[in-house]
Design a protein around this ligand. Structure first.
Ligand code: 6PG
Length: 646
């Protein structure tokens, strides 16, 4: 254990010192105190009344803080203290002990501080006192141990800057770690021990890799070690510095945290400790544009950033996920042995860890995997709803039917779990009846539609499957008197079980054509060179949309064929099954059951097969009111105008 040291995080009210100190405490596990808690009641009363404190008022307060620091120091403990510490004389009091006291002054734009303070409702310091704080503030002098840290970044970034500065000031990297730095023997690190991260860490360690683990809340690391520590070789770390120090070079760090700002915080926390050539992999459901931004920023620092889509839920993460990897070849080659060891394998033994392309290619592919997932789930659910609500079939009968379909070319994980779900009972009732129909969504479904629209790809099924979730939880629906789906005889429109199966099959062909169409368009736009056949082969096991049809799709797409060939190569089947899809959608409409995704699939097929579409009139309308011009069917060329205004 290092000798005790005190870190005083100082700054005026609104500088964020408490939040930053809290993060440091989480990382280092040191004793922590807020200086404000040591104020005698008389001082608190004065501050409440808006009266600035005098030096005399502050003397007993500073003494109490220093006494606390000394008591911790005597017990061999380091501390973090948050304190306004405005004058050098005050800091001198806090320095009156044996152990070094480092002052980290959080400073920045004064108008930003004032606006932060004005927004506060939970603090006894009225904003008017900020001016007096600035007036009293004395900057750190050259003979004081300390540094100024800008408050512009996120709290995690500021905390990381503090870690680096303390290392520089004390020339001791062990200071900011609660324990001695570990030897660099871990093969890989896993940051983020939530449900998915824990499962991944266990999977990696179970394949013989020594795995360092770190979590923002160190207590979760303790819980993880208690539950699973004996299942493999783990190196638990309490701080980013310790975590990174435990990894062999080049370091390979997998990050499994919530997409969005948490990923940036983790990168800010890790980066100061990393060295050129180290690799950070974001395994979460990140937006590919964020991944591209992060990849550039990391590359400029000589680091590799690899955006990897991970599919398969908790079970997949534990036993074998599908991985859609986006990053530089050199980084992938380093990661390959780990990824191939932990990923699922298709029946032919091929790995489902697929390096699909550079930077954002992996996360874009995962996003479209999820877009297809939404569509696949929605069509199964619509068929279930029609069978149950309109045709009066029991849950067990529908489970039988889905199981039977699962023995055909429709075999898929989602169909299999749908059948399984329908068999669960509780208190003598089918459990599905207890599940609320208000559907959730976390982002990837919306992104898959948005990028498709942006790139001009028809993603009707993906969009509608997302909108079906929106409708299920809409305010309009809340306000509407509930209506049951009207019982409707299945045979009134000749809706046989087989026609439902055929409708499902066609809808799946459309969903994959659209989803893969977006991947192709993005790949062309960003020059990623994604091999769609390889993507489909990687989806054959481990992921949520795994199923028998993926082998066929891969074969069709081999050699770089356009995703439209999924439908075109099945043109005969489409003609054969289309009457079934029409009947199913018509029956659903007559029964009053939504067929948002099935109807969308049908409309897509009707449109792409049509000899002539309503859009001829659209073109004429556009030209009529805006002289936008059109092409003619009877002449070559563009930019024709109608006789409207002659
Ligand atoms: C997977 C899943 C997984 C995720 C999605 C979708 O491939 O393992 O796609 O990444 O569960 O949760 O989430 P929402 O339905 O909540 O958007």
């Amino acid at each position: 254990m290092s000798e005790p040291i005190h870190v005083v995080v100082m700054g005026v009210s609104g500088s964020g010192k408490t939040t930053v100190a809290g993060i440091l405490q989480d990382r280092w596990g040191w004793e922590f105190a807020e200086a404000d808690e040591f104020h005698p009641q008389a001082n608190i009363d004065k501050m409440h009344a808006g009266i600035p404190l005098t030096d005399e008022d502050r003397a007993p307060w500073l003494k109490l803080i220093r006494e606390w620091m000394t008591s911790q120091e005597k017990a061999g403990k380091s501390t973090i203290v948050t304190c306004s510490a405005l004058k050098k004389g005050y800091r001198d009091v806090l320095r009156e002990g044996g152990a070094p006291v480092v002052f980290m002054h959080l400073d920045g734009d004064h108008s930003l501080l004032a606006s932060r303070l004005a927004a506060r409702t939970d603090h006894f310091m009225p904003p008017s006192l900020l001016d007096s704080q600035f007036a009293t503030l004395e900057d750190l002098t050259a003979d004081e141990l300390g540094a100024v840290v800008d408050i512009a970044g996120t709290p995690a970034e500021i905390a990381s800057q503090i870690e680096v500065k303390i290392k520089e000031l004390t020339h001791d990297s062990a200071r900011t770690s609660a324990v001695e730095p570990a030897e660099a023997t871990a093969n890989v690190g896993l940051y983020g021990l939530g449900v998915m991260g824990s499962a991944l860490a266990r999977n990696i360690a179970s394949r013989g890799f020594k795995t360092a683990v770190l979590n923002i809340d160190p207590q979760q690391t303790d819980r993880f070690m208690e539950a699973y520590g004996s299942q493999g070789e783990f190196v638990p770390a309490k701080s980013a510095a310790e975590f990174v120090a435990s990894l062999e070079r080049p370091r390979k760090i997998l990050v499994m945290v919530t997409a969005g700002a948490p990923v940036d915080s983790v990168l800010a926390e890790l980066s100061p400790h990393l060295e050129s050539g180290d690799i950070v992999v974001d395994m979460g459901n990140s937006n590919f544009r964020d991944t591209r931004r992060r990849e550039v920023a990391m590359r400029q620092r000589g680091l590799y950033f690899v955006g990897t889509g991970t599919s398969g839920g908790e079970e997949g993460a534990l036993t074998g996920p599908a991985l859609m990897i986006g990053g530089a070849d050199a980084a992938y080659e380093q990661l390959r042995p780990i990824f191939e060891a932990i990923a699922a394998r298709a029946e032919d033994g091929a790995t489902c860890a697929v390096h699909v392309g550079p930077d954002g290619a992996g996360h874009l592919t995962k996003t479209l995997h999820n877009g297809i997932e939404y569509a696949d789930m929605e069509v199964i659910a619509e068929i279930y709803h029609l069978l149950h609500g309109a045709f009066g079939r029991s849950n067990a009968e529908i489970a039988d039917l889905f199981e039977a379909w699962n023995d055909t070319e429709l075999r898929s994980y989602l169909l299999e779990i749908s059948a399984a779900i329908l068999r669960y009972t509780s208190d003598g009732e089918d459990f599905i009846e207890k599940v609320s129909d208000r559907a959730g969504h976390k982002g990837t479904g919306a992104w898959s539609s948005m990028i498709g629209i942006e790139l001009g790809v028809d993603v009707g099924m993906l969009v509608n499957s997302l909108l079906a979730r929106f409708a299920s939880a809409s305010k309009t629906r809340d306000a509407w008197p509930a209506l049951e789906v009207a019982p409707y005889p299945a045979d009134a429109f000749g809706v046989s079980d087989e026609s439902l199966r055929e409708a499902l099959l066609l809808a799946k062909l459309v969903a994959y054509t659209q989803g893969l169409g977006v991947i192709r368009a993005a790949s062309d736009s960003f020059e990623w060179g994604i091999d769609l056949a390889g993507v489909c082969r990687g989806w054959r096991a481990g992921c949520i949309i795994r199923g028998a049809m993926l082998d066929d799709f891969a074969n069709v797409l081999d050699g770089g064929a356009d995703p439209a060939s999924i439908l075109l190569s099945s043109a005969d089947l489409v003609e054969q099954y289309l009457p079934s899809l029409r009947r199913v959608v018509a029956a659903a409409s007559l029964a009053g059951a939504p067929s948002v995704a099935l109807g969308s699939a049908l409309n897509y097929l009707e449109s792409v097969r049509a000899d002539r579409l309503p859009t001829a009139l659209i073109q004429a309308q556009r030209d009529y009111f805006g002289a936008h011009g059109f092409e003619r069917v009877d002449m070559e060329g563009k930019g024709f105008h109608g006789p409207w205004h002659d």
